[in-house]
Design a protein around this ligand. Sequence first.
Ligand SMILES: [Mg+2]
Length: 350
Amino acid sequence: MKLMLYLDMDHFFAACEEVRHPEFKGKPLVVGSAPKESMMKGVVQTCNREARKFGVHSAMPTRDAYKLNPKLEYIQADWDYYENVSNRIMEFLSSYKLKMEVDSIDEAVMEIDVNDYKEAMKLGEEIKKNIKEKLGLPCTIGVSKGKIFAKMVCDAAKPDGLKAVEEEKIQEFLNDKPVEKIPGIGPKTRDKLNSIKIKTIEELAKTDPMVLIDMLGSFGKELFTLANGKDNSVIVENSNIVSISRERTLERNTDKIDDINKMIEKLAKEVIEDVKKRNVVFKTIGVKARYFDFTDKIKSRTFSNYSGSEELVLKTASSLIKDLVNEKPVRKVGVRVSSLVNRGGQRSLS
Ligand SMILES: [Mg+2]
């Protein structure tokens, strides 16, 4: 039988930092600017389990986190590092040669063909063990009939969990959950549904579908179907990596655009080489500047069509970097392409 296996890394950025900085293990750690540097203006990008115990959570203003516990440890987000780890996870998953969709930097779903749920659980266990051993990172896996249900099962099993919900048990699994547990229902849709007394998925399932369609259009119909235990979502195969990037430190700190551009060109060519090797196309091109004081600025542009053009990367990267080079001397620059899909899989997307 065909099932979906959904994988989500646990507290991904914080967990990556704990691998690099074992001294933070067991201490409450926030990824985000420390209150002093940000003058209490930043936000918590993510935090580990220990910080969560104090009520700290992602997207919380640093100021509020500080009030909850003045002794939190802070570390600046390092996107290149997280993307690098992400690419390694996705590459490992793609070694199973299954239909796979990368959902975000730390989430992916695969279609598995197994004899029963027991076999699916075994495979989940093996994947969890491998990621833990190879990268030292915990993740949670959910298994179910559809992609959306598998994600919901995964969410319910967090952290460090492994759970499968069989087709005949899915309605029971859904019923008492609040509607916003369905991926895609944000605060706006939740409020709309709550305003007509639909709070749980069971209540959603028993609503006249016409009412939902009136209120939410075709999404209303989809929600009705999901709430009634049918998940028709399919895998949209995309590239197994999130981004391709290169960065390098300049010979000396400089604000001379010509010198910086030379390095940008070199990096852009390396990125394109990798793009060709991996047989992908991209929609977003970005650059990064790290200044002499170790602060970073990034700038990117997203195009409406996928491309694999070297010229486009060169032109866009050198135009973007101009905006980042002015006031402070630059120490390191980077070029990145993202929103990747496999070259063969782009037809329906462009
Ligand atoms: Mg995650």
